[in-house]
Design a protein around this ligand. Structure first.
Ligand code: NAG
Ligand code: NAG
Ligand code: NAG
Ligand code: NAG
Ligand code: NAG
Ligand code: NAG
Ligand code: NAG
Length: 406
């Protein structure tokens, strides 16, 4: 903040219809007059920050492009931001702790490098008539948005949508998400629909009521489903998970359907899904890490399994003694299961369990060596700012270099 300068428009180029204005650093808008002084700038070269003391609504009309960022942080009495002509924000559209902001009206905005919104307790909807299609980072947290209408990305690096209690529909036409996609703690009935998503990297779904990924073919990183409310998860086209595949604490889930899944390069973990009685992956051949199934399931069907590099652990409160027998035979001489083999079967209501450890073979350590690349990242992805910093630093560097030469 200290580096910011109060708004002093420098009309670098007084074009005919389209003036270009530039500043050496961030310009700070404090009131409607500052904002309307920008109207002559069709392209504003630099960043615009809305000062903490600003009240009411700010209209940045006339400006078509902001090459840097547009931001408001800790602006307690700002109620709205509008821009009738704004199409592009070259940097970050950053709104953080703007508690009574209720209006965001940018009918022409389509292209933003990064959207980072947090703690917008009054924001219920967007007026983005054209719709944002391009953004490398989309991070929306702690808002009251009940729809993302107006944001329909075609492609993104990072999508992080968390703690938006009223958001019950997350539908995007996005084709791929190259870094991470994380959905956590949105509306209790949130339906996550990605009809065109073909590949992703790390993808984490928490607390969703529906997850629909009909086209998903592969992930480069881990895919995890935690504490969701859906009964079934269907990924009809998924063939490869390039990290861990995890299902934990999905209390209503009765069915996992991934009929084409052949390869999981990391571990395969299914734990504490209390209604899941049958575990089956009809095409699964290879698991690069460990297999671990914990719960009350009764059957395990992995008819194509040919290679598990890590450990294989089955534990159920139900009687899975036939699964124990079947998979124990795949350990040892047949060489399908190379790591440790453990099977704990409950037996009906008595809960007696038997352990069939085999510590003589190549050791439990093989399980921990699974999937070195991506298994750690599911929680780390919440730091969307990390992703933003590197990109934005490069961008700001370019902007700074340009101004250094002016
Ligand atoms: C990512 O998705 C977009 C939109 O569907 C598509 O245009 C682009 O080719 C995809 N990129 C890759 C590398 O698959
Ligand atoms: C939850 O969302 C589904 C659509 O995804 C809708 O049919 C259903 O009525 C919603 N339930 C509640 C309680 O809002
Ligand atoms: C599933 O994959 C097949 C073959 O790659 C493709 O033809 C089909 O369109 C995909 N289905 C969906 C819903 O994307
Ligand atoms: C991720 O997978 C997609 C599709 O398989 C591929 O096009 C892309 O290059 C991969 N990206 C990385 C970073 O490995
Ligand atoms: C949401 O998911 C988190 C982590 O997976 C879990 O701790 C939390 O209890 C879930 N919330 C609800 C309401 O289920
Ligand atoms: C899971 O659902 C699929 C289709 O959605 C169905 O074909 C299959 O029989 C179900 N499996 C179980 C164990 O219910
Ligand atoms: C599953 O539940 C057991 C027993 O409550 C617990 O020790 C374990 O950490 C849970 N696993 C996961 C992945 O949540």
């Amino acid at each position: 903040m200290a580096a910011m300068k109060y708004f002093v428009p420098a009309l670098a180029v007084a074009g005919r219809a389209a003036a270009q204005c530039s500043v050496a650093a961030t310009s700070t808008i404090q009131n409607a007059g500052d904002a309307s002084a920008l109207a002559s700038c069709s392209t504003f070269s630099g960043s615009i920050a809305i000062a903490t003391g600003t009240t009411g609504e700010i209209a940045i009309d006339g400006v078509q492009e902001i090459t840097g960022s547009l931001s408001a942080t800790n602006v307690e009495e700002l109620t709205g931001i509008t821009g009738d002509s704004l199409e592009t924000i070259g940097g970050t559209f950053n709104l953080d702790t703007v508690q009574i902001l209720s209006t965001l009206n940018f009918p022409r905005l389509t292209d933003v490098r990064a959207i980072e919104w947090n703690a917008l307790a009054g924001l219920q909807g967007l007026v983005f008539t054209s719709g944002i299609q391009m953004a490398s980072t989309l991070s929306i947290q702690n808002t009251q948005l009940n729809t993302l209408d107006g944001i329909n990305l075609q492609t993104a690096e990072t999508v992080y949508i968390a703690n938006n209690d009223y958001l019950n529909d997350i539908t995007m036409q996005i084709g791929n998400v190259s870094d991470s996609l994380v959905l956590t703690s949105n509306g209790r009935n949130v339906s996550a629909n990605f009809p065109n998503l073909i590949w992703g990297n790390v993808m984490t779904f928490r607390n969703c009521s529906t997850v629909s990924v009909p086209s998903l073919a592969s992930t480069n990183g881990s895919l995890g489903f935690y504490s969701n409310f859906f009964q079934s998860l269907v990924a009809p086209n998924l063939t490869m998970v390039g990290g861990d595949l995890s299902f934990a604490n999905n209390d209503d889930m009765t069915n996992i359907t991934m009929p084409q899944l052949q390869t999981v390069t990391g571990g395969l973990q299914i734990a504490n899904n209390t209604e899941l009685n049958a575990i089956g992956f009809s095409s699964l051949e290879t698991v690069g890490g460990a297999v671990s199934f914990v719960g009350s399931y009764e059957t395990v069907s992995l008819p194509e399994l040919s290679n598990v590099r890590g450990a294989f652990r089955l534990a159920s409160t139900s009687d899975i003694s036939s699964a124990c027998t079947k998979f124990r035979a795949m350990h040892g001489n047949s060489g399908v299961i190379r790591g440790n083999f453990v099977c704990r079967s409950g037996s009906g209501s008595s809960g007696t369990s038997t352990s069939n450890g085999d510590d003589s073979s190549d050791g439990g350590s093989s399980s921990s060596s699974s999937s070195g690349s991506s298994s750690s990242s599911t929680d780390g992805t919440s730091g969307a700012s990390t992703v933003y910093v590197s990109g934005a630093t490069a961008l700001m560097g370019v902007v700074a270099a340009i101004f250094g030469m002016l």
